[in-house]
Structure formats: structure tokens, C-alpha cells
Design a protein around this ligand. Structure first.
Ligand SMILES: NC(=O)c1ccc[n+]([C@@H]2O[C@H](COP(=O)([O-])OP(=O)(O)OC[C@H]3O[C@@H](n4cnc5c(N)ncnc54)[C@H](OP(=O)(O)O)[C@@H]3O)[C@@H](O)[C@H]2O)c1
Length: 247
């Protein structure tokens, strides 16, 4: 699949993995909608970088968990860039790290519903635009923690495992209409989300990883581009973890 002339919407693209994915898709020739929630200046900087490289991009604000905002965002992108053919569900839904006996149900519920809501609303808003084109590709950014446990991550693991199930279900339903749906599951990746992890924790993770380093946002972006190009792959989860199995 060539990304030339396609229109992509990347949720949570003002920073981290989403920003790297937005830039990589633009480099491949896609026009890119850079969704943000709180970081307007950072989103505009990503758009500026893409435009400076000769690409087309727009920044668009929406809370990925809010159906009305997501629907308005999808409509605005269609008007400004054209019908969306690529959707990357990346927005990072925050959560506290706590053992299960200390986990407040409200925080657990907010994480799981937020993750599911962002995926559901994103797909419901964008899939009609893909159906009209009789093609499309959706990539959800899940996590190695969907399958491999880590202390304090019960809500995140549950949410990302649910997201993987949603990906497989949509791949099954939407495949006959020419829409592929896949997941990319990063391991520990150096972004703002992991900036507070102790350095010794990051070093230990690198030492236990066959490729002997921590992941970078650009590593995940490369995998997203690869999966978008792989036209006969759907319902798959691609780990991007340097061969590590602990995160
Ligand atoms: N970093 C890792 O080690 C790692 C590992 C596995 C999976 N992941 C997954 O990769 C994805 C990106 O994570 P990251 O590490 O790149 O995070 P990050 O650097 O903290 O960036 C988070 C991004 O999500 C956006 N966001 C947060 N809440 C949002 C909302 N309600 N609506 C729309 N956008 C929202 C932020 O936008 P604003 O700043 O504009 O609010 C920002 O662009 C997440 O799904 C995460 O679970 C990360």
C-alpha cells in the first residue's frame, strides 16, 4: 500500500509516539491530521515540521474519549485534508500505578472506559469515510503489557488487552469491506510517559532486551509504516520491543 495521497488521522500526536508516527506518515506522502488534547503549541510544532518538509498537515483538538469531539474532528479533517484513509489510535489514556488492593475503582474504570471509548469513537467516526473509499487501515497502539504483566499495571493491561480484542473483532468485521485493522504493541519506549521511570529501571530493561537498548518513538513509527504497507496483514499485533518480553 502506498501512503501517497492518503489522509491520516493520528490521535495524541502532539508528543511522543504519536508525534513520531505523524511525521513518519508525512514523510511517506500522507496528509496528516495531528490530534492533540492539551498541548496545542506542541501539536502546531509537529504540523510546522511536516509543512517545512513539504507535507500537508493540520492540528486538530479533541478529547479522544469524547464522542462528539471525535466526530467533529473527523468531519473537520475530511473538509480540510480529504476523506480519512488511515487512523492511528494512539492517544495515551493516563492511569495510576498501584497494586490491585490499593487501586481505586474510579481510576480503573476511567482507564478502561477511556481506552475503549477512544477506540470506539475513533472507529465509529472514521470508518464511514473509509467505507466510502472502499479501503482503509486502522492501527491501534496497544502495549506489551497487554500480554506480559508488570506490577501496578492492572488497569493498563486490562485496557490494552481489551483494545487488542477490539482490533481482532474489527479486522474480522471490516476486512470484507477492504479495511485492515492491526495493533502495534510497544515495549518500554522513551517518551514523556516514561520520563519519570528511574534510570536503573530503564538500564535493566535494556539489558534484558536482546537488542540491548530502550525503544524510541521512531522505532514504533517505523513499525506503523511497515504494517500500513503490508496489504495482506490484518488482525495482527506487532510487538516493537527489541525482542524483550518483560514490558
Ligand atoms: N511510552 C511507552 O513506553 C509505551 C509503551 C507501550 C505503549 N505505549 C502507548 O503508546 C501511546 C503513546 O504513548 P506515549 O508514550 O507517546 O505518551 P506521551 O509521550 O505521554 O504522549 C501522550 C499523547 O497522548 C495525548 N493525549 C492524552 N490524553 C488524550 C486525550 N484524552 N485525547 C487526545 N489525546 C490525548 C497527548 O496529547 P496532549 O499533550 O495534547 O494532551 C500526547 O500527544 C499510548 O497509547 C501508550 O499507552 C507507550
Amino acid at each position: 500500500m502506498s501512503l501517497n495521497d492518503s489522509v491520516a488521522l493520528v490521535t495524541g500526536a502532539s508528543r511522543g509516539i504519536g508525534a513520531a508516527v505523524a511525521k513518519a506518515l508525512a514523510t511517506e506522502g500522507a496528509a496528516v491530521a495531528v490530534n492533540y488534547f492539551g498541548s496545542e503549541a506542541a501539536a502546531k510544532a509537529v504540523v510546522g515540521d511536516i509543512q517545512a518538509g513539504g507535507g500537508r498537515a493540520m492540528a486538530v483538538k479533541a478529547d479522544a474519549r469524547d464522542r462528539a469531539q471525535v466526530e467533529a474532528m473527523a468531519a473537520a479533517v475530511k473538509v480540510e485534508l480529504g476523506p480519512i484513509g488511515i487512523l492511528v489510535l494512539n492517544a495515551s489514556i493516563g492511569f495510576p500505578m498501584k497494586g490491585i488492593l490499593e487501586y481505586p475503582w474510579e481510576a480503573f474504570e476511567a482507564k478502561v472506559l477511556g481506552e475503549m471509548g477512544a477506540a470506539f469513537h475513533g472507529c465509529r467516526a472514521v470508518v464511514p469515510q473509509m467505507l466510502a473509499q472502499q479501503k482503509g487501515a486502522i492501527i491501534a497502539i496497544t502495549s506489551g503489557l497487554a500480554r506480559n504483566p508488570g506490577w501496578g499495571f492492572s488497569a493498563h493491561s486490562a485496557a490494552k488487552a481489551g483494545l487488542e480484542g477490539f482490533v481482532r473483532a474489527l479486522a474480522f468485521e471490516l476486512g470484507p469491506m477492504g479495511i485492515r485493522v492491526n495493533a502495534v504493541a510497544p515495549g518500554l519506549t522513551l517518551t514523556d510517559a516514561t520520563a519519570d521511570l528511574p534510570e536503573k529501571h530503564k538500564q535493566a530493561a535494556a539489558e534484558h532486551t536482546p537488542l540491548r537498548r530502550n525503544g524510541q518513538a521512531e522505532d514504533v513509527a517505523e513499525a506503523v509504516v511497515g504494517l500500513l504497507r503490508a496489504g495482506f496483514v490484518t488482525g495482527a499485533t506487532l510487538p516493537v520491543n527489541g525482542g524483550g518480553h518483560t514490558f
